[in-house]
Write a new protein. Sequence first.
Length: 466
Amino acid sequence: MRLTALVALIFLGSSAMAENLSEVYQAARDHDPVLGAAEASFQASRQSVPQARAQLLPNVRASANTAWNEQEFPEGFIDTSPGSPTFGQSVPVPDQEFNERFWQAQLSQSVVNMERWFDLRAAKSSVASAEKQLDATRQNLIVRVIQAYLNVLRAQDLLDSTMAEEAAVKRQLEQVQQRFDVGLVAITDVLEAQAAYDNSVVRRIQADGDHEIFFETLRTLTGINHQSLDRLSEQLPIVNPEPRSEEEWVSTALASNLAIAASEEQLHAAERALRARKAGHLPTVDATATHRRFKSGAAFGVNRTDTTVYGLQFTLPIYLGGFNHARRREAGALAEQARQQLQDQRLTVSRDTRNLFQAVATDVVRVRARLKAIKSSQSALEATETGYEVGTRNIVDVLQAQQRLFSAQFDYADSRYNYVINLMRLKQAAGTLVPPDLHELNAFTDPNAKVERLTTLRNYNGASLN
């Protein structure tokens, strides 16, 4: 029953479609929480513009109140109406209770307010900076996806190398044991082979664990439990970056890098905020239109009034306890901070672009050298095995030659992945990395060569298959 279930699991796993790099990237765009948070942050930043603009647009306020009055007249009042029968006499007045109501509506429009005008311009620059930062996050997602994807392939290559080494050393151990049984070799050869085999098992177990870890890392980007990925084809071209000039890459980076562009916009925002704070001591002029209505239920006096007032309000801040002066100094320090951060960003991008250009150029040479190293390691192993057969080399030499071969095979694959990552980072530093670059790389994935997740195959009812 266990064997039947295992065969079914293997069949289901092999029949599942492998995902390529473009599909993984699309899933990451839909589910990556880092990008989602950046998009939400940008939407929040955009609201600073309408908030600043609202300070320059007309606004209408309304207010109302009501009051209950209770009046008592214990002595009445003197009648002062000529010709009245009670003229000059004290006339009693009954107590009264009545309600008073008042409401007003005011329309105001800023006519002259330089501080609010510069605040609006600063808000626009802040939003432009936030947009560049969002673009940088989207660009960085491309690199993160490629790196996470290639880390899975790298883990698979390491696992393949360690499994091949384990199998080879195991065969070597069996051969040495047979030789020892017939008295052709000493027990030390058996012990050396056994130690080498045990070490290869340890490396394979570690590679097996790393394989699962990198699949889980990829899932944090995409929100999908991937089971199979396409490998990179051997047809992937390993070529020097174009253009070949390091200075051209640096010039492009200084002009197009998104982090620099975001810092430039942030500096513009800080400078405009400083101008706004400097304008805080200037006079302001506001136009107002106010309509008031008063209505009373009293038996005496005016029971209702309607008043409309049009006016211009001139305000000059003379002394606010040092508030404006402190705000100017704060804005000046923030502008200087933004200026220094922009300079640091330019220096950092220039340095990273130069380093990555050299890294890619080195990777191109390294990949070619690693490929030659595989051939030479293979030849060295064959020669060492022949020497062991005739007695000129010992078992340690054979085991070390085998290890060098498998290490050379993994180093070759590893150098190809490093080339791809460094090339993408170079384009990112230059500000030219776009999704078509990822799709172009995806064209060199091989749907016939898959990396399968090992969770199902490694553990079944708590038992290892090895």
